[in-house]
Design a protein around this ligand. Structure first.
Ligand code: AMP
Ligand code: MG
Length: 264
């Protein structure tokens, strides 16, 4: 993806995220066929760079995905990493905390799931649930989740300093598209297993979630761990955009093969 376009998706540090002004149906100036062609090339490049990252074994990449329910996080992961060596990628999906997770601070399980050096980690949901979902559902008092933006900025700064490059992607799906996808989960027998009775309540609260994401993204888009807002109503657009973001962060790291031992 051209650099200028990537920059448009990026939320500049210190600037408001302005989610409501970003079009979830944007095609980024491409036709589907062309975008799919580009995506294929990006995947191949991600696979090459992943190999070098692994061989170098010094740094790691974290792709963190957030979005309201039915924004398509699972599908993006499947499509972007199809064809990338599974040994080099580890996906972690975060649900509501249980057991030992509840007995520790909210970053405990996050820290434990971070990618080891030489690998790419993908977070399907993340510590941002501990601000956004916790705030919208009122799971903790406001003073508890309000201060988390500050913790998270510093936590992510530490990761950057210590060799983990983070790209954060918000899948920006429209209320209408979300509603349709949730309805499909009811209507389509192949998808019904995904449906949970609370899903339609979540959809009723779309505006609240969006406002909460807007505030959290604005507060935590930083030079060392920037947010990108990806138009998510069309699968081929969000796949292409997310693959571009992953590829760019790897290109920027520019991992190199280490010198092997001398053959004698
Ligand atoms: P899914 O990603 O569809 O499997 O759903 C996971 C559910 O877990 C979502 O409803 C999330 O909002 C919820 N969840 C994930 N992390 C947290 C958290 N830290 N606090 C509360 N709910 C969470
Ligand atoms: Mg889901």
């Amino acid at each position: 993806m051209p650099t200028a376009q990537l920059e448009q998706l990026r939320v500049d540090p210190g600037e408001p995220a302005r989610l409501a002004e970003r079009d979830p149906r944007d095609t980024l100036g491409l036709e589907k066929e062309e975008a799919e062609k580009q995506t294929k090339k990006l995947r191949e490049r991600i696979d090459e760079l992943q190999y070098l990252l692994f061989a170098e074994a010094k740094r790691a990449v974290l792709l963190l995905l957030q979005g309201v329910d039915a924004s398509g996080k699972d599908g993006v992961i499947r499509r972007v990493f199809a064809g990338v060596n599974p040994q080099g990628v580890r996906v972690t999906s975060f649900k509501a905390p249980v057991g030992a997770e509840v007995e520790h601070d909210y970053l405990w399980r996050i820290h434990a799931a971070l990618p080891p050096r030489g690998t790419i980690g993908v977070f399907n949901r993340s510590h941002y649930e501990d601000i956004v979902t916790v705030g919208v559902l009122g799971l903790f008092p406001e003073e508890v989740w309000r201060r988390r933006g500050g913790h998270i900025r510093e936590f992510e700064r530490m990761l950057a300093d210590e060799g983990t490059a983070t790209a954060k992607v918000f899948l920006n799906v429209s209320r209408r598209e979300q509603r349709e996808r949730l309805q499909e989960r009811i209507d389509d027998p192949q998808k019904r297993w995904k449906f949970r009775p609370g899903d339609l309540d979540v959809s009723e609260r779309y505006d609240e979630y969006l406002a909460a994401y807007d505030a959290a993204i604005t507060e935590t888009s930083t030079e060392w761990a920037p947010w990108h807002v990806v138009p998510a109503d069309r699968n081929w657009v969000k796949t292409y955009a997310t693959a571009s973001i992953v590829c760019e962060i790897l290109e920027r790291l520019d991992p190199k093969l280490p010198e092997g031992p001398e053959a004698s």
